[in-house]
Design a protein around this ligand. Structure first.
Ligand SMILES: Cc1ncc(COP(=O)(O)O)c(C=O)c1O
Length: 314
């Protein structure tokens, strides 16, 4: 992801709408010094035929955000429904007619040197055109990282806590420098946790397998969507259980999931082919289903989506 955002972008910051260029925090902000922020990542998909932009599961994202803010004792007062409305309003004000990415960020906002937290919180919501991300269409090469996934009793990985992302940053930097597209992090116990910024799935003998929430994963909303699609649309067995490192080397298929990566096939891991070394049928099927559902092309999954614009009568 790269590229400067338009400084005229209208964002929500400190309880008002303001151009991005004026949404600034001070150098001594607690969240900047100590990583005490919690963010989210939400996507919106443009449906050309309906002339409509759909936000993908905004309520679930805002509910997760509000709950996880509680870990840092940050209170975001509006309800998930109100935050979804606010986001739709931001998208409309910016006139986006294409795929979008939304970044909500709540943070400890006081200007202070001391580490202890006070009750001064703030939040912002920044919309943007969906940035170009890792192209996974031909399949990725993943590598097991030498960095371990953060433990729940150190920094809870189930929340998108700003400071904890140093863990993923180190792992993905190492992976890229070593020639991989993405890192796979193990837990301290040596089990597979997830990618640097995405969840992981394996297919073995027709069963879809993913590490459970207790393996220090971020409880991904895309992960949840993919499990639902696999069960309901493909009638697959889906199992959440600890995964050994060596299962990565003997599985039939592997893919990552996340708001940014969507469903990203992995065709090589640690210089070994995954299964046949080509994108497998389960991965291809789920990738297609997820894209269709997110764009509003599957009636059964329209309840996941929030339309941003007034529908145009046929
Ligand atoms: C560390 C980590 N794991 C997994 C995910 C996937 O979560 P979601 O599907 O809710 O985007 C993310 C997403 O940003 C992440 O940062």
């Amino acid at each position: 992801m790269s590229g400067e955002l338009n400084p005229e972008t209208i964002v929500f910051f400190e309880n008002r709408l303001t151009p991005l260029s004026e949404a600034r925090v001070g150098i001594l902000t607690h969240a900047l010094g100590f990583g005490t922020g919690v963010f989210e990542g939400i996507r919106g998909y443009w449906n050309e035929r309906e002339n409509q932009l759909f936000l993908m599961r905004p309520r679930e994202h805002f509910e997760r955000w509000k709950r996880n803010c509680g870990i840092l004792r940050i209170e975001v007062a509006p309800s998930a429904a109100e935050l979804s409305e606010l986001t739709a309003d931001l998208v409309r004000r910016n006139g986006y007619r294409g795929d979008v990415y939304i970044k909500p960020l709540a943070y400890k906002s006081s200007q202070r040197i001391g580490i202890h937290m006070d009750g001064q919180d703030a939040f912002a919501i920044v919309p943007m055109p969906a940035p170009a991300y890792l192209d996974s269409s031909k399949g990725l090469h993943a590598g097991v990282s030498s960095w371990r996934r953060i433990e729940d009793n150190a920094i809870p990985g189930r929340a998108k806590i700003c400071g904890s992302y140093v863990n993923g940053v180190l792992a993905s930097d190492e992976a890229r420098r070593n020639g991989f597209d993405e890192a796979i992090l193990l837990t301290e116990a040596g089990h597979v946790a997830e990618g640097a910024s995405c969840n992981i799935f394996l297919v073995r003998r027709g069963t879809l397998i993913t590490p459970p929430a207790s393996e220090n994963i971020l409880e991904g909303i895309t992960r949840d969507s993919v499990m639902e699609l696999a069960r309901r649309e493909l009638r697959l067995d889906v199992t959440e259980r600890p995964v050994d490192r060596s299962e990565l080397y003997v599985c039939d298929e592997m893919f990552f999931t996340g708001t940014m990566v969507e469903v990203a096939p992995v065709i090589r891991v640690d210089h070994r082919p995954v299964g046949t070394g080509e994108i497998g049928p389960v991965t291809a099927g789920l990738r297609q289903l997820y894209s269709q559902a997110a764009h509003g092309r599957l009636e059964a999954w329209r309840h996941w989506l929030m339309p941003v614009y007034e529908p145009v009568p046929e």
